[in-house]
Design a protein around this ligand. Structure first.
Ligand SMILES: Nc1ncnc2c1ncn2[C@@H]1O[C@H](COP(=O)(O)OP(=O)(O)O)[C@@H](O)[C@H]1O
Ligand SMILES: [Mg+2]
Length: 306
């Protein structure tokens, strides 16, 4: 069995996945989606996946998609969409990756599913964004301005009422792609503050950690410390509902405590798990590979036979 590991970076994660696949008698081949092509003269299916010749992988696992031009990313996602249409299970599916990469779609779907998530706005109008920040600021709220496709806590800033002073929405330059995505800020309930990262694999929440830092941006990439956290039934249930709302095979769910309960901030469809693995007892790559082979691939094969 040959599994495509789509990644723009080989290293710890891909080695973990390859080892877990090997343990199941499968082979994981690393391929950069940037190197995949469409060539309608090459094979009946029209795709060129380096290392697979005219064949298609038995399944694909998406570990990373490099940033690029709108055209390049469209082609890369197109390859993932095409694989699914050709009956190759893709983990996470391109549609799930799109839903989770776009923070505004994530917010919309969480809201529609009745999952607690802070109030959110996405607008192309700077004037409208400033009006929202004024209105929210007058009610004593700060808002987090985020890049729509942001990750690792990069490019986040507070606007609205920040410690009693009004911070207007800045010019929405290239970092924000001329789009304001605003989410109401949830103030820390503890000092230092923290958030939760819960990993959902298949329909199960499998493990959780706290990310603790003095600053309010609790990403590991921003220096937050990972601490083991108990995966309570309430946290697990909320993370599972969030992953289901976006139809994700696996997801890193960011959640934050607040006075009224726990709020879901965002979901990661190509989540890294190195920090989480350090504080968790079981092998995460194995859980992902087992779910891919035993649930997703098995369902695709059962569908073919039916
Ligand atoms: N609305 C919010 N209220 C409080 N903290 C937030 C809020 N949004 C983001 N944060 C903090 O910033 C971090 C990064 O935000 P997130 O939405 O997860 O974007 P990224 O994709 O960059 O991880 C969160 O993990 C959390 O610690
Ligand atoms: Mg996050």
């Amino acid at each position: 069995m040959k599994i495509a590991l789509f990644t723009d970076e080989t290293g710890w994660h891909t080695r973990q996945l390859q080892a877990a696949l090997r343990a199941r008698g499968a082979e994981g081949r690393c391929i950069d989606l940037a190197d995949c092509r469409i060539d309608t003269t090459a094979a009946w299916h029209g795709l060129v996946i380096p290392g697979f010749g005219r064949e298609l992988p038995d399944a694909a696992l998406v570990r990373g998609i490099a940033g690029g031009s709108f055209e390049q990313v469209t082609k890369r996602l197109g390859v993932l969409h095409a694989l699914r249409e050709l009956g190759v299970p893709v983990y996470n599916d391109a549609r799930a990756i799109e839903r989770s990469v776009d923070k505004s779609m994530t917010s919309l779907l969480l809201h529609a599913a009745g999952i607690p998530t802070p109030p959110t706005w996405a607008t192309e109008s700077l004037a409208e964004a400033r009006r929202i920040a004024m209105r929210e600021g007058a009610a004593g709220h700060a808002l987090v301005l985020k890049p729509l496709f942001g990750s690792q806590g990069k490019g986040l800033q507070l606007v609205g009422d920040v410690a009693g002073a009004h911070h207007p929405v800045p010019e929405l330059g290239p970092v924000y792609g001329s789009l304001a995505y605003l989410q109401r800020f949830v103030p820390a309930a503890t000092d230092p503050g923290f958030d939760w990262r819960v990993l959902v694999v298949g329909a199960r929440a499998v493990t959780a950690m706290r990310r603790v830092s003095a600053g309010w941006i609790h990403n590991v990439a921003q220096g937050a410390r990972c601490e083991p956290a108990e995966l309570t039934p309430a946290l697990a249930a909320l993370a599972k509902r969030a992953a289901a709302a976006l139809a994700m095979d696996y997801a890193g769910v960011d959640m934050i405590p607040c006075a009224s309960g726990t709020q879901v901030l965002e979901l990661n469809g190509v989540a890294a798990w190195r920090g989480l693995q350090r504080v968790t007892g079981f092998n995460i790559a194995r859980a992902i590979v087992d779910d891919l082979l035993d649930r997703k691939l098995a369902a695709a094969r059962a569908g073919l036979r039916a």
